[in-house]
Structure formats: C-alpha cells, structure tokens
Write a protein of this length. Sequence first.
Length: 252
Amino acid sequence: MSYDRAITVFSPDGHLFQVEYAQEAVKKGSTAVGVRGKNVVVLGVEKKAVAKLQEDRTVRKICQLDDHVLMAFAGLTADARVLIKQARVECQSHKLTVEDPVTLEYITRYIASLKQRYTQSNGRRPFGISCLITGFDYDKTPHLYQTDPSGTYHEWKANAIGRNAKTVREFLEKNYSPDNVATEELTVKLAIKALLEVVQSGGKNLEVAVMKEGSGLQMLDVSEIEKIVQVVEKEKEEEAASKKKESKAESK
C-alpha cells in the first residue's frame, strides 16, 4: 500500500506523509525571520526578484491581520492568501463579539486549528505554509509565534522559517540576548543581520516590517535597509580583520 496517497492514513512507522511533504514545500519558500524585542517586534523576509514589468507591491510575504497583528509566511503564496483572509475575518468577528481585539495566542491557535483540520479529513490537502505571527496584546506585551503545516504552534523569542531556516536559527541562537534587542534599532539590526547570513546582494532583496508598542505597521524603505546592511557589512569586515591580526600574532 502507498501510504503517501491518502492524507488520513498513517504509515506503519507513524508518519503522515502528506503533512511531511507540506513541510518540504515550506523549506522551498523564501526565508522569513521574526525577532521579538523589548518593546518592538520585527519581521524580515527574503524578497524574490520580480519581473521587470511586474508591480512588486503585489508580491508580499508580510501582511497585517489586524491593527496589532502581523504575519510573515514561507511556502505556497496561494495557500497563504486563503489563510490570511480567514484569519482577518476571525479578527473582526472576535472584536464584534467580545468588544476586545484578539490576543496573539488566540489568533495563532485559530490559524493552527484551521491547518490541523486540513490534515484530518479526506478530499483535502494540508496548507503548504509556515507562519510567523507577531504583534502586541492589549496589555502591551510583545509576542512571536510560529505555526507549521501540521497545526502545531509555539512561542519564540526569535525564529526563522523557509529556505535555510536552520542556518538563520543557529545564527539567532548564538546572537540573541536581551541586550541585543533592548532598542528598536538593535532589534531591526539583528533581524537584518540574520537574513544576510543566507540572502545575497544586500538590502534590495529584503523586506522588513516593524511594529512598536502603541503604533501600527511600518515597512522600512529600501534606503533605510541599505544603511543598516552597510553598517552590518562594515562590522563583519572589522571583525574579520581583527581575527586575522589575532591569528598572525598567535603564529608569531
């Protein structure tokens, strides 16, 4: 029997192959990174080159679900569009019903439950996307959550999804500290630095969204991103030069 044909059938060793294939689709998507700062949250994504005559505003990997909720995704854009639409409706429905905006965990759980439903019934396939969901609750606490195609979700201080996510995550594990995210500038810098581990040709290939406590979404201009990229590259050069000096001194 071929266990990867039916989504509802477990293989003898406990795998749901269609869900695992959806996770492989995520790994082929553009790299996205999220960093939670002290009073700011930052999402950054690798921007794919668009055709010369194409409007690049229609190729977005970062979107707003509500005034206080941002989402970045990696994987199939068409799947993401359906999920974003349903999540936005749920945000508005929740506000009308209970007169309070959604909490970050509530909307993450809603998205994760929706994904999980698509792994448990015939005639459907899993959503081929992972999401980074971030923003502020009404008590002004920043949060960053990640969901995957199986319907699981976790909260993170910083995380990456998509192509080369493992490399970026390892970089964040080494470099994330409360001091490195104490201000907005440092948090943005860390997110861009992490993306530059896997993205070539600088700022024009990056898309960065910032949300501060009490204010809405702010997309950084290419010129602003380029300035930070130049600072990061200068620091890398200085670090490489100092290491070279140290190795020469040791060899003497």
